[in-house]
Design a protein around this ligand. Structure first.
Ligand SMILES: Cc1cc2nc3c(=O)[nH]c(=O)nc-3n(C[C@H](O)[C@H](O)[C@H](O)COP(=O)(O)OP(=O)(O)OC[C@H]3O[C@@H](n4cnc5c(N)ncnc54)[C@H](O)[C@@H]3O)c2cc1C
Length: 481
């Protein structure tokens, strides 16, 4: 990877705004900013760490004058390459903007800066009996800015919706350094909903410097069950049965045998090693309602072939089940040197068929694929295990990933449930959108960022890319770096 130095005059200007601790450009410091939690990487020229909206605007002004490309970044836990910098560009880290500017308990909302960590927000408002619903499994480290940019989901988004349903407005800075408020604290303001355009735009339209988030009451009662199935097909069919009977659980997650084995070896949460799959089903609400719902869910799981249904008896039991689920990616990291996470979505009724197909794709490419995912949403997360030191392994992994996504789209599904398009899936956008639709997206991008310097070549394919096939979705500029 080649190094690009920041021009001295630009460096001096940035130092005036950020101070010496707010600008990183030593090679060893840049190294950790070259990638997110996915597989691609590139070296920036510098990392800027502003602490205020005004400083963000001034950094963007300096970048504009110097013609530099800018990549916003939160905690770098993204799984589609969204925070991978442009070679020689600036990383604009929002990680030091960590103030919760206001908590309005009566109206159940808060104004928070983008560097606030997801879990810390819920912990901060918990004494008021409130929580922020979107709970990505990375919630101990990912930021609200990253959640907004990716329109993130999480196990508890099945019934209550993903980030866009929990953010009333955003303060943004455009690439030319102008500050705007889109939406706001009140629901449904008049005018175009530009807030919605920014949420999920993966840092390509604007830098988010604050968000008005909606807070929900912590439910009175929660019941969590772990249902163990000897056959994966039965577990998959049970997902559809639960929802088909009119029950939308707060969470409905699935794990396969490989994942449970890895979690058990690491976290010792009591997962058995002789079942093909497990469902985590959580219902919450008022006490009487939850008692009835959890009994119905248990009955449906048993009818569907569950060998055992373990209902958490205490808050500690419940936390143990969730620890097993939320630490699954980390646990897999202990059994395989590398893994690549896909994020396709399918209609729930195709779960069993597509899970079988994923197994076949793995065999064909000589790759072990583990599954842990938001089953209720039909949001698959196949974890393709590999060792990137093995020649050709990454190419086989990406090819398998492409085949999985094609299978999802062919069944009426989509390319991403929550991890975004980033740079990884950019070439596959043509599977879902025709060229005029892509051009409409580019028009919006150019309206806000005419020179295409804000997180360029992410999320929206450049003209011709999808036609060329772009088989692995990598930006040639990054390949050269
Ligand atoms: C173990 C693990 C589990 C995960 N589980 C889930 C899950 O359950 N659900 C889920 O949705 N995701 C999940 N993810 C993916 C990831 O955590 C989310 O996408 C998260 O929202 C990214 O937040 P971040 O702060 O790390 O953002 P980053 O990775 O730093 O950035 C992500 C994108 O947002 C942009 N961005 C960041 N901050 C800003 C800002 N302030 N303004 C504008 N653009 C910005 C970046 O340019 C980039 O395109 C998981 C990741 C890991 C590693």
């Amino acid at each position: 990877m080649s190094e690009t130095r920041l021009p001295a005059a630009v460096r001096d200007e940035l130092l005036v705004v950020l101070g010496p601790s707010g600008l990183l450009d030593a090679p060893e410091a840049l190294f950790s900013y070259r990638h997110d939690a996915s597989v691609d990487e590139a070296l920036p020229a510098a990392v800027c760490l502003p602490e205020t909206t005004e400083a963000v605007a001034r950094v963007l002004n300096i970048a504009a004058a110097a013609g530099l490309q800018v990549t916003p970044r939160g905690a770098g836990t993204g799984l589609s390459g969204g925070a991978v910098p442009q070679p020689g560009g600036l990383v604009l880290s929002l990680a030091r903007m960590t103030t919760i500017r206001e908590v309005d308990v009566a109206n159940r909302r808060a104004l928070v800066e983008p560097g606030v960590v997801n879990l810390q927000l819920s912990e901060h408002v918990a004494p008021h009996g409130l929580r922020f619903v979107p709970d990505p499994s990375s919630q101990k480290s990912c930021t609200i800015g990253g959640n907004v940019a990716e329109n993130s989901g999480g196990p508890h988004c099945l019934r209550d919706g993903v980030t866009t349903n929990h953010v009333g407005g955003v303060e943004i800075v455009t690439i030319d350094g102008e500050v705007f408020e889109l939406g706001g604290p009140c629901a449904d303001p008049p005018g175009f909903d530009l807030r919605a355009a920014v949420i999920g735009s993966e840092g390509t339209l604007a830098v988010v410097t604050a968000a008005w988030v909606r807070l929900e009451p912590v439910p009175e009662t929660v019941s969590t069950a772990l249902a163990l199935f000897e056959r994966m097909d039965d577990a998959a069919a049970t997902v559809s049965t639960i929802i088909g009977r009119g029950i939308i659980p707060a969470a409905l997650e699935m794990m396969d045998q490989t994942v449970m084995g890895a979690v058990e070896a690491y976290a010792h949460v009591g997962f058995p090693d002789d079942v093909e799959a497990a469902l985590i089903v959580e219902v919450d609400g008022l006490q009487e309602e939850v008692a009835e719902l959890s009994a119905t869910v248990e009955a449906i799981c048993r009818e569907g072939g569950a060998r055992e249904v373990r209902r958490a008896a205490t808050a500690e039991d419940r936390a143990t089940i969730w620890r097993g689920r939320k630490e699954a990616f980390g646990a897999i990291g202990r059994v395989s040197p590398h893994f690549y996470v896909q994020d396709g979505v399918i209609p729930r009724t195709h779960l069993a068929e597509v899970l079988r197909l994923i197994g076949e794709i793995g065999k064909k490419h000589r790759l072990l694929i583990a599954n842990v995912f938001h089953a209720g949403d039909g949001n698959l997360h196949p974890l393709i295990l590999f060792d990137r030191r093995e020649a050709g392994a990454l190419e086989r992994v990406k090819e398998a990933g492409r085949e999985i996504l094609e299978a999802c789209v062919a069944r009426g599904g989509t390319l991403t449930g929550e991890h975004g398009i980033g740079m990884e899936k950019i070439a596959f956008m043509g599977l879902l959108f025709d060229e005029p639709s892509l051009e409409l997206m580019r028009t919006l991008k150019r309206a806000l960022d005419p020179e295409e310097r804000l997180n360029p070549r992410k999320a929206i394919p450049w003209p011709g890319l999808c036609k060329e096939g772009g088989r692995v979705g990598r930006d040639p500029a990054v390949l050269e770096s």
